[in-house]
Design a protein around this ligand. Structure first.
Ligand code: CP
Length: 312
């Protein structure tokens, strides 16, 4: 059976830790031919620079062949269901990496079979492979995830949901989300993260202002104000987001904090150029880790199969 990654909640605590560390091993030069003889489909109906390239290059580096589909290529455009599409493709592909504008239910449609692993490369609701990249980057930076203090500033978008679901699984983590009013985490995701935090001893809090920010942070994290393909309606949203711009003064009380961003960035909107291009920023190493983390996910998705053949 193949393993699907539609949501962070599909992963056990052990999976999360193993994928975090394995991504760092690939970043440090580990090699694997785990996908030799396999075929991976790479379907992106939305734009992508990092994730599409990370999974394509990662699959090739693991020995797979790839079949790429763009937004106009599949019969889902003409009304074929994702369930039927997944069922058909599962007879031809070993893995399908998919980014669409749909929700988690659409992703589950692709994953309604167990022959082809389905990996969510970003849905409207969650970006789980971004969270795994972020965990690997934190692991590289700090040598641990437990007990880190992280401030997330910005929209409660699909990157934020995955990050909250993932970080809540690590004991002692303190994740404080500061999201603009009306642009917070979906309530069901926050409830799931809080339930995980209650189990692990992590702390997850969300506020809709920038008052009384915590000090001694390890990480400040932000994302674009408008997630890919999801423009905000109306004229007033920029004023709502403006107080949530990440600026250098945040470092006065947290001089050792690193800055993370899932990219692409818009300098002068969610973050100043001084921060993104400054000494605290690890955003471009984080971007590079997308391929290393993608390799860990691809390997994991077929790790129970006969193709596994690690070389280090
Ligand atoms: N962070 C991220 O998912 O980047 P892309 O949209 O370029 O894939």
């Amino acid at each position: 059976m193949a393993r699907h990654l539609v949501s962070v909640t599909d992963l056990t605590d052990d999976d999360l830790r193993a994928l975090t560390v394995r991504g760092a091993e690939f970043a440090a030069g580990a090699r694997s031919a785990a996908l030799a003889g396999r075929v991976a489909g790479i379907y992106f109906s939305k734009t992508s620079t990092r994730t599409r390239t990370a999974f394509s290059a990662g699959a090739l580096r693991l020995g797979a062949s790839i079949v790429s589909y763009g937004p106009g290529d599949l019969q889902t455009n003409t009304g074929e269901t994702t369930e039927d599409t997944g069922r058909v493709l599962s007879g031809m592909l070993d893995i399908l990496v998919a980014r669409t504008a749909g929700d988690q239910a659409e992703m589950r449609g692709w994953a309604g079979q167990d022959r082809m692993a389905v990996i969510n490369a970003m849905s409207a609701i969650e970006h789980p492979t971004q969270a795994l990249t972020d965990l690997t980057t934190l692991w590289q930076q700090f040598g641990r995830i437990d007990d880190l203090s992280i401030l997330y500033v910005g929209e409660g978008n699909n990157t934020a949901t995955a990050l909250a679901l993932a970080l809540a699984r690590f004991p002692g983590v303190r994740l404080e989300l500061r999201t603009p009013p009306g642009y917070g985490l979906p309530s069901d995701i926050l409830a799931t993260a809080l339930a995980s935090a209650a189990r692990t001893g992590a702390q997850v809090t969300e506020r809709h202002d920038m008052d009384e920010l915590p000090g001694d942070l390890d990480v400040v994290y932000t994302t674009r104000w408008q997630t890919t393909g999801a423009a905000h309606s109306g004229n007033g949203w920029r004023e709502v987001f403006a107080p949530f711009q990440v600026r250098e003064e945040l470092w006065q009380r947290s001089p050792k904090a690193v800055f993370m961003h899932d990219l692409p960035a818009h300098r002068g909107e969610e973050v100043t150029a001084e921060v993104l291009d400054g000494p605290a920023s690890i955003a471009f190493r984080q971007a590079e880790n997308k391929m290393h983390s993608a390799m860990a996910v691809l390997e994991w998705s077929r790790a129970d199969s006969d193709g596994e053949e690690r070389q280090s």
